[in-house]
Design a protein around this ligand. Structure first.
Ligand code: SF4
Ligand code: SF4
Length: 333
């Protein structure tokens, strides 16, 4: 029988403004340094930032399956290790200090790595385009990982809705890896346990924002409790309705949302002039965020134009986020 999903008292929620993400990977590194430096975790990036369109990390995760279809839990595939990118080493010591001949080359010779296709995007020059898509566990309202686990090792924390794998209960069945359509639980072959983003709950409990949010160079991230009407996450998701979940059709009801990219460059016409159409194809954005994206882009464009004319726009002020404290609502700082 499937595990019961117990609704939390409150839900911690994240919003990333894709217009502000510069793909610097600071959030990736902040998370990596904090949580996944242990044995067997080399290949894991609980937080990753990939190029869209692109293969993503792990490669082709968008077609791995899992999630829900007509309310039924789907199994999906376990990505092979090559799709995460085999970690490789550079033998600097041998070349620099031990007199080994030849150039410093990575070993083994890499055939793939996370972000192997970084910044490639799609389309024909001069109308090619891409944007950055930061990804993490969505701490879903209907976590497929939780429902799939045969050992009842996964639970939603009552106080904040963060989805956690109880490491003592996990027996390495990998049902979560199979069932999560976002490929966000990772199997550690050395410990025979599944690991995933823990929402930085030890920081949350101290009133400190998650590392990815706190370190974000682009000031692209917001975090807060969505029932707090003064929070920026409430305003972006519920009030202005400009933040959308990634692949809502996967059916897990994510609690990580995105403000779609509207500020990208315009299409270039054959005569060299700029058209009014954006380079990033609407169909691509609809494929990621659903049909609602069209309305969101219109709202953002209208509010942006207001601001450009010197008129007031509360929505643009929320997105600009002049003070970090307003993006990581109290008590998170
Ligand atoms: Fe579980 Fe995947 Fe949802 Fe995270 S994103 S809660 S791992 S189903
Ligand atoms: Fe994007 Fe912020 Fe991460 Fe940099 S730190 S890649 S700007 S989300």
């Amino acid at each position: 029988m499937a595990n019961v999903i117990k609704a939390p008292k409150r839900q911690l929620t994240y919003v990333t403004d894709l217009n502000k993400c510069i793909g610097c990977q600071t959030c990736t590194v902040a998370c990596k340094k904090l949580w996944t430096t242990g044995p067997g975790q080399d290949f894991m990036y609980w937080r990753n930032v990939e190029t869209a369109p692109g293969l993503g990390y792990p490669r082709n995760w968008q077609t791995k399956g899992g999630g829900y279809k007509n309310g039924e839990l789907q199994k999906g595939k376990i990505p092979p290790m090559i799709d995460y990118g085999i970690p490789f080493e550079f033998d600097y010591a041998g070349r620099l200090f031990e007199g080994k001949p030849g150039r410093v080359r990575p070993s083994p010779t890499p055939r793939s790595a996370p972000n192997w296709d970084e910044d490639q995007g799609a389309g024909e020059y001069p109308n090619n385009s891409f944007f950055y898509l930061p990804r993490m566990c969505n701490h879903c309202t209907k976590p497929a990982c939780l429902e799939a686990c045969p050992n009842e090792a996964i639970y939603k924390r009552e106080q904040d809705g963060i989805v956690v794998i109880h490491q003592d209960k996990c027996k390495g069945a990998q049902a979560c890896v199979q069932s999560c359509p976002y490929a966000k639980p990772y199997f550690n072959p050395l410990t025979n346990k599944a690991n995933k983003c823990i929402g930085c709950f030890p920081r949350i409990e101290k009133g400190v924002a998650p590392a990815c949010v706190a370190q974000c160079v682009g000031r692209a991230m917001h975090v807060g409790f969505v029932d707090d009407v003064s929070s920026s996450v409430y305003k972006l998701i519920k009030q202005y309705k400009v933040a959308l979940p990634l692949h809502p059709e996967f059916g897990t009801e994510p609690n990580v949302f995105y403000v779609p990219p509207v500020l990208g460059p315009r299409m270039e016409l054959a005569n060299g002039e700029l058209s009014t159409d954006p380079k990033i194809p609407l169909a691509q954005l609809e494929g990621l965020f659903g049909k609602q994206v069209r309305d969101v882009l219109a709202i953002l464009q209208t509010e942006r134009e207001k601001k450009m004319k010197g008129q007031a726009s509360d929505l643009m002020d929320v997105l600009i986020g002049r003070r970090s404290a307003d993006m990581m609502i109290s008590p998170l700082t």
